[in-house]
Design a protein. Structure first.
Length: 154
């Protein structure tokens, strides 16, 4: 059984993380108890290993690269010296990462029903995978990360 550890009210830090951010994913042999895990949310997903859950949800993380600003021609390229993080949006366009999230995935968009589906031993793998696909990547959620790197998309 996979265990998704995520930010809850007790571990929320304004400007650093958000409620629902996925911190880590463990298999059921991990002891997630004690003071270190007391304030985190732990969502157990029976019938799935940590690797299986990671494979499904990490597919949500957008492609990333580093772009370099060239003083020759004054445009962004993939050659050094000045660099900036970029990501590829759903339209296939490169955009600048202006605000890097601490955690890259969040379950904040999952409804209570989705959480019940994931934690139930009675739901099908199809239902669980549909719920896991609702996990969101954090980079596209911040509008400041939507500025297109036009030189890279030419």
């Amino acid at each position: 059984m996979a265990k998704i550890v995520y930010i809850e009210k007790g571990t929320y830090r304004k400007g650093i993380n958000e409620i629902g951010d996925i911190v880590t994913i463990h298999d059921d042999d991990a002891k997630l108890s004690g003071a270190g895990y007391k304030n985190f949310g732990i969502l157990e997903v029976p019938g799935y290993t940590a690797e299986q859950v990671k494979k499904i949800i990490e597919a949500k993380i957008p492609e990333r690269n580093i772009a370099f600003y060239s003083s020759v021609g004054e445009k962004w390229t993939f050659e050094r010296p000045q660099e900036k993080q970029v990501w590829k949006n759903e339209k296939g366009l490169w955009c600048f990462i202006e605000k890097e999230p601490k955690y890259h995935l969040t379950i904040s968009a999952l409804a209570a029903e989705d959480m019940d589906i994931l934690s139930s031993k009675l739901t099908t793998s199809t239902q669980k995978e549909a719920a896991l696909r609702k996990v969101q990547a954090k980079i596209p959620l911040d509008n400041s990360n939507s500025v297109e790197a036009t030189d890279l998309n030419a």
